[in-house]
Design a protein around this ligand. Structure first.
Ligand SMILES: [Zn+2]
Length: 422
């Protein structure tokens, strides 16, 4: 506790060095040690890792014996909407709560904490009101509010009545598209998110049709790249995916209806895809719920949402795949990333590649390569301790013993497995 101007100020305790010992460090993390050993953490970063980080070799540094559990980098979710409720009709709630920014911020904060406690230490929000999500990002970074590291697009760029227009900055042609991108960058966007096609959640928008010309998309991509930012496009039809790739986008979200020729073009241009398989998975569990808006139920029953097929096409073409949940949309809970990784594995990725999609590959996608997503010395000490080995059983990701964010242990709840750690 500090006192400034006669007022007590609560601040986080200073970080001390500590170590996790007697663990198995997961294979594959770039630049990081893999195998039996430990991790030394100092100043919020990984200071050292390897077989020499042992109880009898690290001196007075406090340590936690991991009991031969598995350590891997904290998970990274490439597609989240923290301000969305994950109930039957999140759009209706969002439209109502846009007028209540304090309520919306508290909702987003609670959702962020839920994701962190389930092992997501970095998440990318790709569609939330600017004022709310940028404020939450800063509050978390300053230690005011508990939560994972947030990378935020803020408002999406869409047409005036297009997909997610209720959380959008609107554009109609190349000039207004460029202006919208610049306005988002000036407002504090870490990346630009564009609705390149219509979408499931917006009646009146057509998921099977592009919303922008290639030239409009190119103006957005050029503005983002000139500012050193990435640009990603929601795209649920092949024509919109192809247009985004031609315009220089870095990645595609969903990618429904991807065709082989376009997939080959994505692979050649190193444009990744985040298939968001969770959306259909969770929606299917609740499809008869009468509270689901009819437009969503109807569209979900058509093949236009068949992201599983598109995912296969992407894998066959060798497109880079990253993990994103679309948490916050209809019945997709916040913190559902282990489920998404499980679905990516079930659909064809090896356990190692599915884990990569939510760690080191995802770090590149969210613009934080080397900063997170690895156990290499110098990286932020964002890591998970799991009771099982996800390389042999991917469901081990759902049995989290300990979450560490920037070198600090995160409480994961009374019933969590971490209390069983010795
Ligand atoms: Zn989304």
């Amino acid at each position: 506790m500090q006192v400034r101007d006669g007022v007590s100020v609560v601040s986080r305790p200073p970080l001390r060095a500590w170590a996790l010992v007697n663990a198995h460090l997961i294979e594959g993390n770039p630049g990081g040690y893999a195998g039996r050993g430990g991790v030394l953490i100092a100043d919020g970063r990984i200071a050292a890792s390897g077989p020499d980080v042992r109880a009898d070799s690290i001196g007075e540094v406090p340590m936690v014996d991991a009991g031969n559990r598995t350590i891997l980098p904290g998970l990274i979710d490439c597609h989240v909407h923290l301000t969305w409720s994950a109930q039957a009709s999140p759009v209706a709630t969002l439209i109502e709560e846009r007028e209540l920014p304090a309520t919306l911020a508290l909702r987003a904060g609670a959702n962020a904490l839920a994701a962190l406690q389930r092992g997501t230490t970095t998440l990318r929000d790709v569609g939330s009101p600017n004022a709310v999500i940028f404020a939450l990002r800063e509050a978390i970074a300053r230690g005011v509010s508990p939560g994972p590291r947030v990378v935020a697009a803020g408002c999406v760029i869409t047409t005036p009545s297009g997909h997610c227009h209720y959380v959008g900055r609107h554009a109609t042609d190349a000039g207004s598209a460029r202006d919208a991108a610049i306005a988002q960058l000036e407002a504090g966007a870490d990346l630009i998110k564009v609705m390149t096609s219509g979408g499931l959640h917006t009646p009146g928008s057509d998921p099977a049709s592009p919303q922008f010309s290639v030239e409009a998309l190119r103006q957005i991509a050029d503005a983002a790249h000139a500012a050193g930012r990435r640009v990603t496009g929601h795209a649920t039809c092949d024509a919109a995916i192809a247009a985004a790739a031609e315009a220089g986008f870095d990645s595609i979200q969903h990618g429904s209806n991807l065709q082989p020729a376009t997939a080959a073009a994505l692979a050649r241009a190193n444009v990744g895809i985040t298939p968001t398989l969770d959306t259909r998975h969770f929606l299917n569990l609740h499809l008869d719920d009468p509270a689901i808006p009819e437009v969503i139920r109807t569209r979900a029953r058509t093949t236009s949402l068949n992201r599983g097929d598109a995912y296969q096409v992407a894998l066959d073409a060798g497109v880079t795949v990253t993990a994103g949940t679309d948490s916050g949309t209809t019945f997709v809970p916040h913190g559902a990333l282990p489920t998404e990784v499980r679905l990516l594995h079930a659909g064809g990725l090896s356990t190692r590649d599915a884990i990569a999609a939510a760690t080191w590959t995802a770090a590149r996608e969210v613009g934080l390569a080397g900063v997170v997503g690895t156990l290499a010395p110098g990286a932020s000490a964002d890591l998970l301790v799991l009771n099982g080995d996800p390389l042999s059983d991917i469901s081990a990701l759902e049995d989290v013993a300990l979450v560490v964010l920037s070198g600090r242990q995160v409480s994961v709840g009374d019933d969590a497995a971490w209390s069983r750690l010795p």
